[in-house]
Design a protein around this ligand. Structure first.
Ligand code: RIB
Ligand code: CA
Length: 311
């Protein structure tokens, strides 16, 4: 039975690669794509989601406009990382597809209530849409099968401040609401995603994908690699969101640790830091399963193999 999934995303170059992976995953029944602010504005992320759905044959999947800005803090965007349009150097045709009229949080609530206990939320952007859905309809917390969240940094440095990872940084209050909602919660932090560096060698192995998809991957990751080299001295680009998607297909790609996880919300220097109680010092029950090790080449092989399957 395919896993029912809602993809909550801020496309975004790695978000886009994650969507391509979901498009090549018969294990997944994609119920909806819900769009959040994050890598760029809601308007640009929504346009990107529509264009990407047309690129990878997901035009049957409802795409919903989500939050324009975070719950509390001001809007952040990362156009130095993903480009002004949010997809690097890639150029996609004007979308013909339209979003559904239902706002993202209402679509999330409705799909969960229509499929109690069966829907997984794959969250690869700021958590604003999920938090708004939980605030509006707290009862869905016990009806969500599980949440898989790309976000946070445990022992690894932050990628937006010395301590904070970008998705959590963009809306830390929303992340805390979701983390503390009592839902089966899996975190895929920078500790594992920054080991998964997609390079031109990996790109050269994508040799069976349709030209439009290959060109998209090439041109979007070309920008993304330039960012990683210039800002972080890294060769290649961290494909964060595809790893979070891949563990739905192959859970044994990563090794998990059960942690009590908290979010720093007060400190001016450490705000949005994800804090894992590694030795159980606080004597609190774990509230998250955190991916702390990854089989990098096994993941890359899976990603490339699936890209080559896209028709
Ligand atoms: O920190 C990496 C995360 O922030 C990824 O989801 C990337 O797309 C950005 O949203
Ligand atoms: Ca993202």
């Amino acid at each position: 039975m395919a896993e029912k999934l809602i993809y909550d995303t801020d496309p975004g170059i790695d978000d886009a690669l994650g969507l391509l992976l979901l498009a090549a995953a018969p294990e997944i029944e994609l119920l909806a794509i819900t769009v959040t602010h994050g890598n760029t504005s809601q308007d640009k992320c929504l346009r990107n989601a529509l264009q990407l759905a047309e690129l990878c044959g997901l035009t049957h999947v409802p795409i919903a406009r989500g939050a324009q800005e975070p719950l509390v803090k001001e809007l952040s965007v990362a156009e130095e990382t993903h480009g002004d349009g949010g997809l690097g150097y890639a150029q996609l045709p004007e979308p013909k597809l339209q979003p559904v009229s239902e706002p993202a949080h209402d679509l999330i609530i409705r799909l969960i209530e229509e499929n109690p206990g069966e829907v997984t939320l794959l969250c690869v952007g700021p958590m604003t849409n999920i938090a708004v859905a939980l605030l509006k309809q707290p009862g869905i917390a016990k009806q969500i099968k599980r949440i898989v969240s790309m976000g946070g940094a445990i022992h690894y440095p932050g990628n937006v401040t010395p301590q904070a990872e970008y998705n959590v940084f963009c809306d830390p209050e929303a992340f805390e609401i979701v983390l503390n909602a009592g839902i089966d919660f899996t975190l895929v932090p920078l500790d594992v995603t920054y080991q998964c560096l997609f390079t031109t060698d990996h790109l050269s192995r994508i040799n069976k994908a349709p030209a439009a998809i290959f060109d998209f991957i090439k041109e979007s990751t070309r920008f993304y690699m330039e960012f990683h080299a210039a800002y972080q001295g890294i060769q290649g680009c961290a494909i964060n969101d595809p790893l979070a998607a891949a563990i739905l297909l192959a859970p044994d790609l990563v090794t998990y640790r059960d942690y009590f996880l908290a979010i720093e919300l007060q400190s001016p220097t450490s705000k949005a830091k994800t804090i894992a109680d590694h030795y159980g010092a606080l004597k609190k029950q774990p509230n998250a399963k955190v991916a702390m090790e990854v089989e990098v080449e096994k993941f890359m092989d899976l990603f490339i193999e699936r890209m080559n399957r896209l028709a």
